[in-house]
Design a protein around this ligand. Structure first.
Ligand code: FAQ
Length: 322
C-alpha cells in the first residue's frame, strides 16, 4: 500500500468512528484497534466460560426443581455468550483455538470475579444480582461499540444477562424474607460478593492503561470509574428493597455530586487476584484445561461430521460419500 493510500484508509476509519458508524470485519482498521478488540473480546469470552464454574457448582444442590431448571438455563446461556464472543473475535482473524490456548497458558485474562468461591446457595443469588448486574452495567454501552460484530453480540448477551440479574434478585429476595437463617445466608453472600463486584469494572481511571484509547476509538463508551459509580447508584435502592445491607460504612448519598459516595476499594486484593493468587484461580484454570481435554473427542467428531457434510455437497447423487 502506498503512503497516500494508507493515509486515505486511516482517514476513512477515523471519519467512520467520528460519525458513529460501525467498523465491519472487511473494513480497514489500525493494527492497534484490531489488537485491542481481540484483547478485550477474548477476555470477555473467557470470563463467560470460566464464569460457568462457580454457579455450576450448585446445579446438583439446587433446593427445588424450579431453581435447578433456572440455574441450568443460566449456565447454558453463559456458554452461549462465550460462543458469540469467540465467533465475533474470529471475524478479526483470530481462531477460537488460539484464544483458548492463550487462556489455558495464562497469556490472556478472565474476569477477577470468577476466582471467588460459591460457599452457599445464596451465592447463586448474589452472583445473579451483583455479578450479572455489574456485567449489564458494563455491557449495555458495549452495544454501541464501534466494532459491528462485538456490538451486535452484546445486544443479545445483555437481554439474557438482564434475565440472569432478575433471577438472582428474586432468589435473594426469597431468602431475605425467609427464616432468620436464610436471611443471614443472603446477607453473608452479599457481604462477600459486594467488593469483588466493584472490582469487575477494572482499575481506577488514573490507573487504567487502555481506557483513554479505547474510548477514543468508541470501543468503550464510559470510563471504569463512571460505570462503577453507576452500578453503586443502581444497587443502593435495590439493596434496600431486598432488606439487605451493603457492607460499606462509608456508603452515603452525596447531594452535591448527585451520586453515592463509597469506601476505598482494596486494589491490592484486585492485583493479587489478577496475578493468580485469588482463592480459586488455580482450581478454575485446572478445571477449564481438563474440560477442554475431555472435550477433544467432541471437537474431532464435529470436525469429521462437517468435513463429511462438505464432501457430500460436492458429490454427484449416487456417488459414494462415506
Ligand atoms: N478482571 O486498562 P484496563 C460476566 C485487566 S462477563 C480481570 O482498565 P480495559 C458475565 C484488563 O483486561 C465479565 N482483569 O483494561 C457472567 C487489562 O489487562 P491486559 C467480564 C481485569 O480492557 C456473569 C488490565 O487489567 N466482562 O460477568 C479486570 O480497558 C455471571 C488493565 O485494565 C467483560 O470482560 C478484571 N475485573 O477495561 C458470566 C466486559 N479489570 O488486557 C458468568 C468487557 C481490568 O492489559 C456468570 N470488558 N482487567 O492484560 C471490558 O469492558 C474491559 O475489558 C474492562 C477492563 C472494563 C474489564
Amino acid at each position: 500500500m502506498t503512503a497516500v493510500t494508507a493515509d486515505a484508509y486511516e482517514a476513512a476509519f477515523d471519519a467512520a468512528v467520528a460519525a458513529d458508524e460501525r467498523i465491519e470485519p472487511r473494513d480497514w482498521m489500525p493494527d492497534a484497534y484490531r489488537a485491542t478488540l481481540v484483547r478485550q473480546m477474548a477476555q470477555h469470552a473467557h470470563s463467560e466460560i470460566i464464569g460457568m464454574q462457580p454457579e455450576a457448582n450448585w446445579i446438583t444442590r439446587a433446593p427445588s426443581l424450579r431453581r435447578k431448571a433456572i440455574l441450568m438455563a443460566k449456565v447454558q446461556d453463559e456458554a452461549g455468550h462465550g460462543l458469540y464472543l469467540y465467533s465475533a473475535a474470529e471475524t478479526l482473524g483470530t481462531s477460537r483455538d488460539e484464544l483458548l490456548d492463550k487462556l489455558h497458558t495464562g497469556r490472556q485474562k478472565y474476569s477477577s470475579i470468577f476466582n471467588y468461591p460459591t460457599l452457599t446457595w445464596a451465592d447463586v443469588g448474589a452472583i445473579g444480582w451483583l455479578v450479572d448486574g455489574a456485567a449489564i452495567t458494563n455491557q449495555v454501552p458495549l452495544c454501541r461499540c464501534s466494532y459491528g460484530p462485538y456490538a451486535r453480540a452484546m445486544v443479545r448477551v445483555c437481554k439474557e444477562e438482564s434475565f440472569h440479574q432478575r433471577q438472582g434478585y428474586e432468589l435473594l429476595l426469597a431468602l431475605s424474607r425467609g427464616t432468620p437463617e436464610q436471611h443471614a445466608m443472603a446477607q453473608d453472600a452479599v457481604d462477600r460478593w459486594w467488593w469483588p463486584s466493584l472490582m469487575m469494572f477494572g482499575p481506577p481511571d488514573d490507573a487504567s492503561a487502555h481506557s483513554a484509547q479505547s474510548m477514543a476509538w468508541k470501543i468503550k463508551r464510559h470510563s471504569n470509574d463512571e460505570l462503577r459509580q453507576r452500578f453503586v447508584d443502581i444497587c443502593v435502592p435495590q439493596a434496600e428493597s431486598l432488606g439487605l445491607t451493603l457492607p460499606d460504612p462509608d456508603l452515603r448519598w452525596n447531594e452535591e455530586r448527585g451520586h453515592h459516595d463509597f469506601g476505598a476499594i482494596d486494589w491490592t486484593e484486585f492485583h493479587e487476584v489478577l496475578k493468580g493468587n485469588g482463592p480459586c484461580n488455580e482450581q478454575r484454570i485446572t478445571q477449564r484445561r481438563r474440560a477442554h481435554e475431555e472435550g477433544a473427542w467432541v471437537r474431532e467428531a464435529a470436525a469429521a461430521y462437517a468435513e463429511k457434510h462438505r464432501t457430500a455437497q460436492h458429490t454427484e447423487p449416487g456417488e459414494a460419500t462415506a
